[in-house]
Ligand binder design. Structure first.
Ligand code: ADP
Ligand code: MG
Length: 332
């Protein structure tokens, strides 16, 4: 693997609630790395800790424990002022481009803003760079004179992406960047990100709850459940042979509806435990179709599965009892 752009070890984030030591356990011991030119997809249901991970690795939130290294530099406890100096090298794109952009500024001014903040380019160099940026996100030149109010969601997200790449960052965290866009517009944004990555080698942390999107854009994928990693694998292997019962359920639910298919969608039942009080054993035990007693007592460690670097956290994998019933005869 390429020298990692981002290395995260045993990251923990808790949000204290009131007095008495109660806290939301938003991230529970998460480790991963992303190399130059790589895309890590972060997938999981709402509340599984995806946004908190994205914001913490950029040091927009302070981690409770663990280590974050960016380009080899330990930034875990870097003071706020020094973090600001890194902002040009690590950028973020959010779900909602409407609220991310000042509606009173022209697109040209919006693209110039990060150049003013993070580069020493002079006014005429900035004008040239703004043209270049519009071109690289395939915005028509006339869009530079407009302001966000009259533009479509897809075009506004292109403006956000142009702002994010303005300072030639090494890492971009994208938090549900296509979730507010029409399906027809999504593909164009994903193609654009792939093109930018091919041209610049930027590392991407791509957060989404949409499996189709994550499959398409990721090299590797991390599946989260209640702030913990259930499976961490190459995109190809995860979709071909998901190991963790939760990954199997997610992927079976995402299969295209086909009445002739022998694959059953698995609909998860049961309650998600409260992040205020994590269960002693596997967090997924309350919804797992293949749960056994020991799952409720023992927290499963992340262990190698298949070959290479793939990991999953499930006690049932060792003896093959991890298969949920997705392959059955269709009764109809
Ligand atoms: P996701 O992005 O996967 O939907 P989040 O990272 O937003 O999940 O949230 C993870 C957990 O942390 C949730 O239980 C959420 O309610 C909680 N959480 C997020 N931000 C805060 C905060 N500022 N204060 C308290 N709890 C928070
Ligand atoms: Mg989120």
């Amino acid at each position: 693997m390429n020298a990692p752009v981002l290395e995260v070890e045993n990251l923990v984030k808790r949000f204290p609630v009131g007095r008495g030591g109660l806290a939301v356990h938003a991230i529970n011991d998460v480790s991963f790395r992303i190399g130059a030119g790589e895309t890590l997809g972060l997938v999981g249901e709402s509340g599984s800790g995806k946004s908190t991970i994205g914001r913490t690795v950029l040091r927009l939130l302070d981690p409770t424990a663990g280590r974050i290294r960016f380009l080899g530099q330990d930034i875990t406890t870097l003071p706020e002022r020094r973090c600001r100096e890194l902002r040009g090298a690590m950028q973020m794109v959010f779900q909602d481009p409407w609220s991310a952009l000042n509606p009173r500024m022209s697109v040209a001014a919006l693209l110039e803003e990060p150049l003013k903040l993070h580069t020493s380019l002079n006014a005429s160099q900035r004008r040239d760079r703004v043209q270049e940026l519009a071109h690289s996100v395939r915005l028509p030149a006339e869009a530079l004179r407009r302001n966000p109010s009259g533009m479509s969601g897809g075009q506004l997200q292109r403006v956000c992406i142009a702002r994010a790449i303005a300072t030639a960052p090494k890492l971009i965290v994208l938090d549900e960047p296509t979730s507010s866009l029409d399906l027809s517009v999504r593909a164009g944004i994903l193609d654009l990100l792939a093109q930018i990555q091919a041209d610049t080698g930027v590392a991407l942390l791509f957060i989404t709850h949409d499996l189709g999107t994550v499959q398409r854009i990721s090299d590797r994928i991390m599946v989260l459940y209640l702030g913990a990693v259930t499976e961490y694998a190459s995109a190809e292997a995860l979709f071909r042979a998901p190991q963790h019962p939760y990954s199997q359920a997610l992927i079976s639910a995402h299969l295209p509806a086909d009445p002739r298919s022998r694959l059953h969608r698995h609909v998860l039942q049961g309650e998600i435990p409260s992040p205020l009080r994590l269960p002693a054993g596997c967090a997924f035990a309350s919804r797992c179709p293949v749960v056994r007693d020991d799952c409720r007592r023992i927290r499963p460690p992340l262990e190698p599965v298949r070959s290479g670097d793939d990991l999953a956290a499930c006690l049932r994998i060792a003896d093959g009892s991890n298969r949920i019933t997705v392959l059955e005869e269709n009764p109809a």
